[in-house]
Design a protein around this ligand. Sequence first.
Ligand code: MN3
Length: 208
Amino acid sequence: MAFTLPPLPYAYDALQPFMSKETLEYHHDKHHKAYVDKGNELIAGTGLENLSLEEAMIAAFKDKTKAGLFNQLGQHYNHNHFWNWMKGNGGGKNMPGALEAKITSDLGGYDAFRGSFIQAGLTQFGSGWCWLAVDNASGKLEVLKTPNGENPLVAGKTPILGCDVWEHSYYIDYRNARQKYLEAFVDSLINWDYVGQLFEKGPLKIAA
Ligand code: MN3
């Protein structure tokens, strides 16, 4: 079953002024589409074609000869969620109560989360992502960063929020000011309802 590019869950201008229509047109229509197309091309003939996206991604991660495929599938997975991790009039502390309580108990509260999430994104050298994830073994929330197309699933953690810190995500709107982009993401864009839904679903354990 071929992977497909999902439509954006909102209008291209819905995240302005924090993320422009131009950024979303390039990022969704060109970059994400390229991951889907290249992923479909590279998965052909590997025997992984009939797995779910998550299963195929983990299998490709474990096979070092499939690093190219892994990065495409990882980026497809990451971007599928990334569009939903944002909304107009989002961000700030307006989140579901159970999630807020968990952030307080595991991370020391919203301000500590905000600081460490932005710091993780800022200190990811080169392209990658910063994350809020649940460790499947301990059940605790963690803030972490990953390079390129990687994500917390490959380390036995369930991502519930992620921010793309590849330059294509912010260069049109913020030029090289990654910190300003990360601050805008946290303060004005996070769709906490979607983060809360993933939190309530609990650990995602992929058999592979
Ligand atoms: Mn991207």
